[in-house]
Design a protein around this ligand. Structure first.
Ligand SMILES: [Zn+2]
Length: 390
């Protein structure tokens, strides 16, 4: 879950100004990153010859997932689907101007918000006089959503569910079960917010809990459009939520401790603020927070463990899949090539160098293509030449 850097409001807090000014330049790897644009993953000409176009993408959700899918034995076509849908959970439509891929739920199936009279009984909400009937979050507001059919949109009904999921059976576990085909329907949570004091806008107001404390959640079957349970597309979407759960882990913990359903992009009063990890720029810094980690600009070890976990997830899916065209390459095989390359991706490229990470991911992809073709260790079927005995 990330928000466009151009819409950031500069806080009056000095520390926030420092953080935001850096964030405007670039972003960490799970965000849509400055100047890291989408390319068609089936266009595997050298990086310099490809066509790049809006939207900006994440070097992990997009580039690295594509490389890891190849390493896990998927075909070039299937890897392209997985990495595109892994990115699509953010953008909803790719490319931006002339979408080839788009989420296409029927907007009529988005659940309507419950009346405020039924919501004020919820402990999160104040009395009706303090909580207006205006639903300012969770509604299908197509002005704010990237497209009406974008069911995973960050500004739509299921934004919190897909982008800030807890690793629990009814959140990330539900997406996983659907993606793996363990269930045919995806059951998700809608988070509704009510406010009478001001219009809550993701992009306009930082602290949602300064706007209203009144949030309520409901569980509904998600219309996922033409993305079916158990499909590669579904698995690609799941990989994004899987990464977001790890990426936003500190914020999820902080919100839980505060007793909130979620928190994101709140304004904070410094490091001691309990919601520090949910502040405006947390998506950029949660893995390499310069205030929390001593080496500025270098991602924390948690980025590494998260990207390893990402490959583990793809690897296990590959082992269970009937679509792989090669055996998946273990992370420690070939003298730890994959684990070492992921380390390079995380550490020797700096936090603000998405292009450098793109190059590492592209090299990993090319290495995996060559390695799996060259070594019979990764062939699904070994071919034995007939020995004719006379
Ligand atoms: Zn996200």
């Amino acid at each position: 879950m990330t928000f466009r850097k151009t819409t950031l409001i500069v806080s009056s807090l000095a520390i926030a100004v420092i953080l935001i000014s850096t964030a405007l330049l670039s972003a960490f790897a799970w965000s849509e990153e400055s100047n890291l644009e989408y390319f068609d993953p089936l266009d595997y000409r050298p990086l310099t010859e490809r066509v790049y176009t809006s939207p900006e993408v994440s070097s992990i959700h997009f580039d690295l997932v594509g490389a890891l899918a190849i390493a896990a034995g998927f075909s070039i076509t299937d890897a392209a689907i997985m990495q595109t849908y892994s990115q699509l959970l953010d953008a909803g439509q790719i490319p931006s101007n002339n979408p080839v891929y788009a989420l296409n739920a029927d907007p009529a199936n988005y659940p309507p918000p419950p009346p405020i009279t039924s919501v004020v009984t919820n402990t999160m909400c104040l009395t009706p006089s303090q909580t207006g009937p205006t639903v300012t979050m969770g509604m299908a507001n197509f002005d704010k959503m990237e497209c009406p059919g974008c069911f995973s949109d960050r500004f739509g009904p299921y934004g919190v569910f897909f982008h800030m999921p807890h690793n629990t059976p009814d959140e990330l576990g539900a997406i996983r079960d659907w993606a793996w085909g363990a269930t045919n329907v995806l059951t998700g949570k809608v988070t509704f917010g009510y406010s009478s004091t001001s219009t809550f806008e993701w992009q306009g107001i930082a602290n949602v809990y300064e706007t209203t404390p009144c949030f309520t959640q409901e569980t509904h079957v998600v219309d996922t459009g033409d993305v079916n349970a158990g499909s590669l597309e579904a698995f690609g979407l799941y990989l994004h939520s899987f990464g977001d759960n790890l990426s936003h882990g500190d914020c999820l913990k902080a919100a839980d401790a505060a007793g909130y359903y979620f928190a994101a992009h709140v304004s904070v009063k410094g490091l001691s603020d309990p919601l520090w990890d949910c502040r405006w720029t947390h998506h950029d810094f949660e893995f390499g927070d310069p205030a929390k980690y001593p080496i500025f600009g270098v991602d924390s070890p948690r980025t590494l463990s998260a990207t390893y976990a990402l490959y583990n997830e793809i690897y296990n899916y590959a082992l269970a899949s009937d679509r792989i065209v090669y055996r998946p390459i273990p992370i420690t095989a070939e003298n730890n090539y994959i684990s070492d390359t992921i380390k390079t991706f995380v550490y020797t490229t700096t936090a603000f160098s998405p292009t450098a990470r793109r190059i590492v991911a592209n090299d990993l992809r090319n290495w995996a293509l060559q390695t799996r073709a060259a070594s019979s260790d990764y062939w699904l079927y070994r071919v034995y030449l007939p020995v004719i005995i006379r």
